[in-house]
Ligand binder design. Structure first.
Ligand code: BEZ
Length: 325
């Protein structure tokens, strides 16, 4: 909608998401809208459309491309479906936990993936957010990876995750977030690949026996702006909007590691069995995934080097703190 306010043109921008109200990405979109309202009072507004009100992520990407939508916060999976190089971010055990994931997503190496989006994608990247690390919630007791063989396990619909579970012999079942609760409740699926926030807030734990605390994969999100609409805005405005969105995405990265711990503590107070698991749980599937995906996403080497550098910096910092007088 175009609103005309005196001499200046006021605009209503729209931002779309698949996540429900109360989810960290939706909170980030609302904080972005509030920041724009503070910066441009009575002039520009951002209207937030959560819970797939504007369609699936694939549909929102199309809306961004045509200029019918201004902004979106999407799972990186939607980009990786079109640009396999983003698959590198899903390498199992690329990072150890959400804190490392947040650092990696703020590194120049991860930034480079987003900076060079091909023109025909029709979007401009503002930055990354995330939904922390992936875990496995199972309706049945889960003690070893062999039990996943043949298990109908819900995944976000995209190739890197599908391949991981196929290598484990599971039956990966692609399904949007909005369908997961019913499918888990009625036994259409036996397990889900999910983040701690959704398991807690969307109450998936009600139907689980075991929560495998595997931290096996990072789950990044990306803030995008329509390139077509970007070009229509004066440079100062578009840069200000992107910077405001980036600030809120960074804030999600900053708070997620601690929030994840809180959700874990809350889940520990339920009837769920919490079972920590590391790379050894998944056996050769991790190396096999890397061998299969490296040719599609050679940027993985840069991300691995970034993680090694970040770990060395963290070690140096904690040594300096330990020896400080
Ligand atoms: C999922 O598909 O599992 C998902 C999507 C967005 C946010 C969190 C989880």
């Amino acid at each position: 909608m175009l609103l005309v306010c005196g001499a200046s043109q006021a605009r209503d921008f729209r931002i779309g998401l698949i996540t429900p109200p109360g989810h960290q990405w939706t909170l980030a979109a609302e904080a972005f809208a509030a920041a724009v309202a503070r910066r441009y009072p009575g002039e520009h507004r951002v209207l937030v459309y959560p819970s797939r009100q504007l369609g699936t992520e694939a549909q929102m990407l199309q809306l961004l491309q045509t200029g019918a939508l201004d902004f979106a916060i999407l799972t990186v999976s939607e980009l990786s479906n079109r640009l396999p190089r983003f698959g590198a971010l899903y390498c199992p055990y690329l990072v150890a936990n959400a804190a490392e994931g947040a650092q990696l997503l703020q590194s120049p190496e991860a930034g480079a993936l987003l900076k060079n989006l091909p023109e025909d994608m029709g979007v401009v990247g503002a930055g990354y957010a995330m939904a922390g690390m992936r875990q496995i919630l199972s309706r049945e007791p889960l003690k070893e990876a062999a039990q996943l063989a043949g298990t109908k396990l819900r995944i976000t619909p995209f190739a890197p995750v599908r391949d991981f579970y196929q290598l484990l012999g599971a039956a990966p079942t692609p399904m949007p977030l909005s369908s997961v609760f019913d499918a888990l409740a009625n036994g259409q699926i036996n397990a889900i690949d999910m983040d701690m926030e959704s398991i807690w807030k969307l109450r998936y734990y009600h139907y689980g026996d075991t929560l495998l605390l595997s931290n096996h994969m990072l789950f990044p999100a990306v803030g995008l702006m329509s390139a077509r609409n970007w070009l229509r805005q004066p440079q100062a405005l578009r840069e200000a909007l992107l910077a405001l969105l980036r600030e809120e995405l960074d804030a999600v990265l900053g708070r997620y590691p601690e929030l994840e711990q809180q959700w874990r503590t809350q889940l520990a107070s339920t009837d769920l069995r919490l079972r920590p698991a590391g790379r050894a749980f998944f056996g050769p599937a991790i190396g096999e995934w890397r061998r299969a995906w490296y040719p599609h996403a050679p940027e993985l080497t840069d991300l691995e080097a970034a993680v090694a550098r970040l770990r060395a910096e963290t070690r140096k910092k904690s040594q300096a703190e330990a020896t400080a007088p």
